[in-house]
Design a protein around this ligand. Structure first.
Ligand code: DGL
Length: 269
């Protein structure tokens, strides 16, 4: 990569609004960097799609962000990363950062030797997830749970609905029987459920996600490719949706209040 692209934005995409949990960590850690976030809500959920479909969608999203000038791409979706990042890296001449469930830190820290993982079907069935689990968690119990239905409810602005609480209860209660002391959130939408998850699991379980690690890795990759933006003026952020723009605005309003954030429908730009 060349140094003349330093002023270009970081491109970030997810199957919808969930990846904004990662975007928030990135802009906190890298305040000089402009970003373009693409919420591919019209294709959510990725987790129920075939590997081939996920790959095709990821190629399209990457090309879209490159066409918008992105200098690196953050795949802010575990399902997309675990199924497609190797293909993206082969196909495009641009650095990629992916997100994977934080199994390793949970496996290292557990005292009960049992950790839970809540992720999509697409992530839990991927070869990359199996490889990571084998490598770092072969000697502990990993209680896997598909979070089917959670992403559509988050996308539909139903985070505080009884349906969502019922689903979460159904998914998390069996984990407690295994005496997990760590719960890994393996989907970038799920950090928005942390208050509810903590209510259900109580204080004996530590909930971990990968947002901070992805932001650190983004910083490292930018430096490695000499792509850090040297500017000192406020960063600009463009958040694009091809679906429900209102939920994208709602989940990022805490940041949009004090940052330079523009929202757009994909069809309007
Ligand atoms: N945010 C995506 C992830 O991290 C959600 C996947 C989906 O759309 O099902 O896996």
């Amino acid at each position: 990569m060349t140094t003349n692209r330093t002023a270009s934005p970081i491109g970030i995409f997810d199957s919808g609004v969930g990846g904004t949990s990662i975007w928030k960590e990135i802009i906190k850690r890298l305040p000089n960097e402009d970003t373009i976030y693409f919420a591919d809500s019209s294709n959510a959920p990725y987790g129920e799609k075939s590997k081939e479909e996920i790959i095709a969608i990821c190629i399209k999203n990457t090309q879209y962000l490159i066409d918008k000038g992105a200098k690196i791409i953050v795949v802010a979706c575990n399902t997309a990363t675990t199924n497609a990042i190797h293909i993206l890296r082969d196909k495009f001449q641009i650095p990629f950062i992916g997100i994977e469930p934080a199994i390793k830190p949970a496996a290292l820290a557990t005292q009960t030797k049992a950790v839970g993982i809540l992720a999509t079907k697409g992530t839990l069935s991927s070869a990359l997830f199996h490889h990571t689990t084998q490598k770092f968690a072969a000697n502990i119990t990993v209680v896997e749970q598909e979070g089917t239905g959670l992403v559509p409810l988050i996308e539909a602005d139903k985070i505080n609905s009884p349906e969502l609480e019922q689903l979460l209860t159904k998914y998390l209660q069996p984990m407690m029987q295994h005496q997990i002391d760590y719960l890994v959130l393996g989907c970038s939408h799920y950090p928005y459920l942390i208050p509810k998850i903590k209510q259900l699991l109580g204080t004996t379980v530590t909930v971990i996600d990968s947002g901070f690690a992805v932001a650190k890795q983004t910083e490292r990759i930018l430096a490695e490719h000499h792509l850090q933006n040297p500017k000192t003026t406020a960063a600009k952020h463009l958040l694009i949706s091809n679906g429900n723009l209102a939920i994208l605005q709602k989940l990022t309003q805490d940041v949009a209040l004090h940052q330079n954030v523009v929202f757009a429908n994909q069809s309007a730009i």
